[in-house]
Design a protein around this ligand. Sequence first.
Ligand SMILES: *[C@@H]1O[C@H](CO)[C@@H](O)[C@H](O)[C@H]1NC(C)=O
Ligand SMILES: *[C@@H]1O[C@H](CO)[C@@H](O)[C@H](O)[C@H]1NC(C)=O
Ligand SMILES: *[C@@H]1O[C@H](CO)[C@@H](O)[C@H](O)[C@H]1NC(C)=O
Ligand SMILES: *[C@@H]1O[C@H](CO)[C@@H](O)[C@H](O)[C@H]1NC(C)=O
Ligand SMILES: *[C@@H]1O[C@H](CO)[C@@H](O)[C@H](O)[C@H]1NC(C)=O
Ligand SMILES: CC(=O)N[C@H]1CO[C@H](CO)[C@@H](O)[C@@H]1O
Length: 468
Amino acid sequence: MFTASLHILLLSSILTTQETAAMVAGNVSGSVDPNGFCHCTVSYPDPTFPVDRVEQLEMLSASLSATVERELIKIQEFASKLSIHENHMQNLTFRVETMENDVVSYSELDFELLKLEIRQMESLTNKMKATVADSNGIIEQLSTELKNMTLAITKLEKFDKNNVLAIRREVVALKKRLEKCQEIRNQTNPTQPPIVYGSCNHGLVSNISEPFVVQLNWRGFAYKAGAWGRDPAPVPPKKALYWQAPLGDGRYMDYYRQYGSFDDLLLYKNPKDYQLGSGHLAQGSGMVMYKNNLYYNLRDSRNIRKVDIDTNGIVLTKELPGAAFNNRFSYSGTPWQDIDLAVDESGLWAIYATEESTGNIVISKLNETTLSVEKTWVTGQYRPAASNAFIVCGVLYATKTITTRQEEIFYMYDTKTNQDTKISIPFKKVMEYLHGVNYNPPDHKLYVYNDGYLITYDLSFYPKNTNP
Ligand SMILES: *[C@@H]1O[C@H](CO)[C@@H](O)[C@H](O)[C@H]1NC(C)=O
Ligand SMILES: *[C@@H]1O[C@H](CO)[C@@H](O)[C@H](O)[C@H]1NC(C)=O
Ligand SMILES: *[C@@H]1O[C@H](CO)[C@@H](O)[C@H](O)[C@H]1NC(C)=O
Ligand SMILES: *[C@@H]1O[C@H](CO)[C@@H](O)[C@H](O)[C@H]1NC(C)=O
Ligand SMILES: *[C@@H]1O[C@H](CO)[C@@H](O)[C@H](O)[C@H]1NC(C)=O
Ligand SMILES: CC(=O)N[C@H]1CO[C@H](CO)[C@@H](O)[C@@H]1O
């Protein structure tokens, strides 16, 4: 290709100026054929231009791009294997956790099956090792971790239940590594821009993961209603803030608990417990923690209460105008949650209903400083027909129950366009009722209180401007 264009270049310069051509080309002889076409033979005497080497380079570059293509295909294979891997990990994690939470079936657990699955993952890892250049050593590490996990499970068979915690730590570490692998995969796949956490630089919710069971709430099985979550904007020096708010009798919350890290939560380490006084109890599972404050519906009222979680002191109490309360329009299966507070990328919201809305969901954006309503939207969805709701980037998503183990995001309302849409994103749950459902923008997770169990889901989004 290069030589051809070189010829054309020379020819054109010859045809435009004879003299220049003579200087450049050195010697030109031409003839005219019977049809009147000119034919020139050009001999190019300058031996310093490395035409041969250019040709070689060109060939080398062609073979290089073939290699790059082959590598890309490998990366794609790597990606699909990784997702299989990740599913296995989630399954495994889920089962190890169930094992820990469920004291009864613990002794009957089929360790052999767990070991078999770990072996399968090991063989998958080995295959990955053979096909993918492991420049980061991640696969090697995964493989070591898997071996360690096998050892830990073998030990677990012999010793007491506390060892389950050791496995759990392994599982969490493994999961982090898989996420890292995925990150690398995201970087090597430029066709799909990565979705930036904590931003709204993406489309609508596209899917929801399998549930990840974290643990039973700290007060036990009896506390079936409640909420938990993670402060999306912990105030420094706090690096992280996880909270739990079980409801005493399915209605009121008197104690809440904080942990400074996810590891502490997993290991029940360094908890901080606070008690609300009897005149200050929270009602329903609609509470949230945001920027070091707890927001909740004050018992027997349409008031929203803001509490500083370092001092447990009241910051502010404010009526939510018109809001129905005391189980008038709570969600189905989740009583007393008439006023559901939510946090998205832009701050604090309330999801409730009024007599005026005839029980349909009303959404209000709240000023977190004054708790006053900045703007209100009335949707077309009857609130007691939904099982729960959350807000992402100004879009309300409502869930409903399909079966005791299946739930569905079935409705959305976009406050930017005032449009509502029926959708269908089914997902699994471990127990029957979802009580608190809190979205956390920085990690794109839902923190769900599922009949006393603390579980999380990962939300996935359509890329920007590619909604269905
Ligand atoms: C885990 O995998 C096993 C079989 O591989 C399957 O029977 C089980 O339902 C899975 N569990 C979950 C929670 O996906
Ligand atoms: C695996 O276990 C060994 C000994 O128990 C430990 O020295 C090693 O650091 C562990 N490897 C990883 C990657 O955790
Ligand atoms: C990688 O990108 C996908 C979407 O393409 C996203 O769901 C996933 O969370 C990303 N993973 C990481 C670790 O960034
Ligand atoms: C949605 O997520 C579920 C659970 O992880 C998965 O089984 C399903 O394949 C996903 N659906 C799509 C369209 O990605
Ligand atoms: C919230 O209210 C405070 C006090 O009136 C005001 O300074 C602040 O700008 C308000 N925030 C928003 C987002 O309007
Ligand atoms: C100007 C010049 O060098 N002319 C030469 C071109 O080549 C022919 C034959 O190859 C010579 O006869 C000319 O002297």
